[in-house]
Design a protein around this ligand. Structure first.
Ligand code: FES
Ligand SMILES: [Fe+2]
Length: 448
């Protein structure tokens, strides 16, 4: 026994209750360590669905996905089935997709156009504002039946910024601009530089990985992993196309790129200083030369360059807590938690209706390129993490301390914390916000 003592890394672990008296700060330590149960405990996941996905703002959809009166789209918000509608007045509503009679979903179609929804079980029908319109065989209900109390549940709060629609089940949540804070300026930069009045969002693909949703959220604010996890892409690009293309702008921290924590769980990787021209930096994709030539011939060199720079990777990762990342040129991903160890990531692209076809074609090719190849690398890592955190309880902590206690971190006048680009500064900030949300006294509710 004596000879194995030096090999023990730490004393035998004490059982750590995941939810002691509603406190969660013991799971996220000031030294950057986060407890493994934050990713593996089903009870914590359940609480997140109420405290995080029910307690703060959550991205619902882009307004251009339901452009016309009576358009609707079904989504999931912290596992809740929700129908987002555009009513006769053009207002956007978020309704619980749950019949107020016996509880079945009232809309089975993923997306469409309808002014009312009829339940398939006993035929009650509801307007796209949630109002209960018709009760079938109504004579069977006594005088005490309150029809108005049977409207579909509605989100108490919906607010929009630049076409991005957010909803909250917490009626007391702060106004959206306050919650976005400095992230709003980043969104505006992306909206101004890379979208035009004709911007329209289209769904591109969805991927499932068998791991916790926060691993994706963390990873989108992590530049540290890029040269290692995505090495095959970087190497293939360098071998085929030489230096100076995608992913080789990060080879360490001697770079003007930064990571930032911008409050309310939001974080930013700002690669713009290393990507003066998104077009020049982008990896070659099929059709690149032909599209470029068509734009030059059609619009002249200056306008062509402007268009081409709208197509590449624009150089920001803006992660809005808890469920989305906006990648520079307008493409974005939405994380949908399914279970403590299962997540769906939905990818969307922005199509510019008033830009030449070549611009939209190139935007799509670039999205296929990195999302298509790159995310598979990341998903593989997430599943390996989930497996080892779930199966090795003797090793309790996950380390997010990079940058902490160094002179690489600085706090700005607006409270943002900036670190070297490979530091875990943004991720640590997000976990502080997670603790705040998990401990907060919130009462998510729906309006009827
Ligand atoms: S469950 Fe919807 S009408 Fe009965
Ligand atoms: Fe990655």
């Amino acid at each position: 026994m004596a000879d194995i003592q030096p090999l023990l890394r730490r004393p035998a672990p004490q059982p750590l209750a995941s939810n002691e008296n509603g406190r969660f700060d013991h799971l996220v330590r000031p030294d950057g360590m986060v407890h493994r149960t934050v990713f593996t405990d089903p009870a914590i996941f359940e609480r997140e669905m109420t405290q995080v996905f029910g307690g703060t703002w959550v991205f619902l959809l882009h307004a251009s996905e339901i452009p016309n009166t009576n358009d609707f789209k079904c989504i999931t918000v912290g596992r809740r089935p929700v129908i987002v509608t555009r009513d006769a007045n053009g207002d956007i509503r978020a309704l619980m997709n749950r019949c107020t009679h016996r509880g079945t979903t009232v809309c089975l179609q993923a997306q469409g156009n309808a002014s009312r929804f009829q339940c398939a079980y006993h035929g009650w029908s509801f307007s796209n504002t949630g109002e209960l319109l018709t009760v079938t065989f109504a004579e069977g209900y006594g005088p005490g039946f309150d029809k108005a109390a049977h409207n579909l549940g509605r989100f108490p709060r919906i607010e929009t910024h630049g076409g991005y629609v957010f909803g909250s089940l917490n009626p007391d949540v702060e106004p959206l601009p306050e919650w976005l804070g400095p992230a709003r300026a980043m969104m505006d930069w992306s909206l101004t530089a890379f979208t035009t009045p004709g911007a329209r969002v289209v769904r591109s693909s969805s991927m499932v990985f068998n791991a916790n949703w926060k691993l994706q959220n963390d990873n989108n604010g992590d530049m540290y992993h890029v040269p290692f996890t995505h090495r095959s892409i970087a190497q293939m690009t360098a071998e085929r196309h030489g230096a100076g293309k995608a992913l080789d702008h990060f080879r360490g921290d001697k770079t003007p790129m930064v990571v930032q924590y911008v409050g309310h769980g939001h974080k930013l990787i700002d690669q713009r200083p290393a990507i003066p021209s998104p077009w020049e930096r982008a990896r070659p994709v099929p059709g690149r030369e032909a599209y470029s030539q068509a734009l030059h011939e059609g619009f002249g060199p200056e306008q062509a360059q402007h268009y081409l720079n709208m197509t590449g990777r624009a150089g920001i990762n803006l992660i809005l807590y808890p469920n989305m990342i906006i990648s520079g040129a307008g493409s974005f991903n939405v994380y949908e938690p399914v279970a403590v160890d299962k997540t769906i990531v939905h990818s969307y692209s922005v199509v510019l209706d008033d830009a030449p076809m070549a611009v939209n074609a190139l935007k799509s090719r670039f999205l296929e390129d990195f999302a298509g190849f790159g995310y598979r690398d990341d998903n593989e890592i997430f599943e390996r993490i989930q497996h080892s955190l779930s199966t090795i309880p003797e090793m309790e902590w996950v380390d997010f301390s990079k940058g902490l206690g160094t002179d690489r971190e600085s706090v700005g006048a607006d409270g943002t914390i900036t670190g070297a680009v490979s530091d875990e500064t943004g991720i640590r900030g997000a976990y502080q916000y997670w603790v705040e949300l998990m401990e907060r006294d919130v009462h998510p509710c729906v309006l009827t």
